[in-house]
Design a protein around this ligand. Structure first.
Ligand code: ZN
Length: 423
């Protein structure tokens, strides 16, 4: 299968982009079509690499709008965790299908996920055609038997995941330092090192977490991980708001990676002084995430980019901080590096994971600076076409079968929350 994208705006100039199989093979001002190529006229569009959502819980789409405006622990303990305890594999599957649909429609081509029933999410990812790194969540809260089962399950899931397509990678997701023990984190570290897979961990999300860590372990979260010997390039840390300078130095020294989640951090009032420029100055890879839909409340990476820039400028009282071009880089190329997708750029040899964004929209007019318009003015619905692994998953904003997914996912959500449909 060959796709030829004609005259897309790319880095300020009009280019043709040729895709053969699942790779981009040529980018040039004019490429002659081969007879069986599928041609896309992109003369009113710009081409961008697909967004990489570096931290989410995709199945939580079915929690959208359920339990808002609550304190973090009240929200988790009284709203989220009781419902999650009732969730079946089928619920996770439909929540993930809805998430994949929303991501395709807003230009996200890959996501880093942590949730229960990762095989259900894998089934949704396979069917929907997106790319994902799915974590086996370890979450025992001091229950030794559950911790043992979590470790056992890591081995069996690793084997199951080997049968999936190469759009899916397996990873470990120890939930947080207050829900898994130090020994469990060391197990994850060894397991991941032996297999060269990623570890996805919530860290230093709230001030309370840091205080609790100091009380229990006598030191702050990053220093605690360092003492355990688990800081490594395979570690992707979600949130990481409450870090001091020395902790950032430690993350840089061990090539750890961080996922910034501005929407969730603001909505849950977890904190807002995320050291984006400070981390990047140290050479730390910083990706962008939405977090789950219960705390973001969507999976729109364009909105996440805007929030990250505005928030970063606001708390520093510095309009030059967290620039649009930098956050776009985090949301695409940097995310691809973190997730090891071999995508993240539109260049020969890269995986064909890209989007076409409409330029003929009010919010994109005039176009003095495309990246500025995209980050500061648009939202994910400016994406017209989404291509992943060389396949067109959305064209003209239509994804085949989307109505059925919306209907079924809503039905599953209402049933789970024991609510009547709200129209
Ligand atoms: Zn999260």
């Amino acid at each position: 299968m060959e796709i030829l994208i004609k005259q897309a705006l790319l880095d300020g100039v009009r280019q043709d982009i040729k895709i053969e199989g699942n790779r981009i093979t040529q980018v040039a001002p004019t490429i002659l079509p081969s007879p069986d190529a599928e041609e896309i006229d992109a003369s009113s569009m710009a081409a961008i690499p697909g967004f990489h959502n570096c931290h989410t819980h995709s199945a939580m789409t079915i929690f959208r709008g359920y339990g808002d405006d609550l304190r973090l622990m009240d929200w988790l303990e009284n709203w989220i965790w009781p419902v999650e305890a009732q969730m079946t594999e089928e619920d996770v599957y439909w929540g993930s299908k809805l998430a994949c649909l929303e991501m395709i429609k807003s230009g996200t081509t890959a996501f880093l996920d942590m949730y229960s029933f990762p095989t259900a999410t894998a089934r949704a990812v396979e069917e929907m055609g997106v790319r994902a790194v799915l974590a086996h969540t370890l979450f025992d809260r001091g229950d030794a038997e559950r911790a043992r089962l979590d470790r056992e399950r890591a081995y069996s899931l690793y084997e199951i995941f080997r049968s999936y397509s190469d759009r899916i990678q397996f990873s470990l997701g120890p939930h947080a330092i207050y829900t898994v023990s130090g020994e469990q984190l060391q197990f994850c570290h060894r397991f991941a090192e032996e297999r060269d897979i990623l570890i996805h961990l919530h860290l230093s999300e709230t001030e309370g977490e840091v205080q609790e860590c100091i009380r229990q372990h006598g030191t702050t979260p990053v220093r605690y991980l360092h003492r355990l010997g688990v800081l490594s390039p395979r570690l992707v840390l979600a949130h990481s708001i409450w870090l001091d300078e020395e902790e950032m130095d430690l993350l840089a020294a061990h090539d750890c990676q961080v996922a910034h989640n501005p929407a969730s951090n603001m909505k849950l009032a977890s904190g807002y002084r995320f050291g984006y420029d400070e981390m990047r100055k140290r050479g730390i890879s910083v990706g962008l995430g939405t977090d789950g839909c219960s705390s973001s409340n969507n999976l729109d990476m364009v909105t996440a980019m805007k929030l990250a820039t505005f928030l970063g400028k606001a708390w520093r009282s510095d309009a030059t901080a967290v620039r649009a071009a930098d956050i776009f880089h985090s949301a695409t190329e940097e995310g691809a590096r973190i997730m090891r997708t071999d995508a993240g750029a539109i260049a020969p040899g890269c995986k064909a994971d890209l989007c076409l964004v409409r330029l003929d929209l009010p919010e994109m007019t005039p176009c003095h600076n495309f990246i500025s318009n995209l980050v500061y003015s648009a939202n994910g619905s400016a994406v017209d076409t989404t291509i992943i692994d060389g396949k067109i998953l959305m064209r003209g904003r239509k994804v085949p079968g989307e109505e059925a997914i919306l209907a079924r996912a809503a039905e599953v959500a209402y049933k789970l929350m024991d609510k009547k449909a709200i129209h």
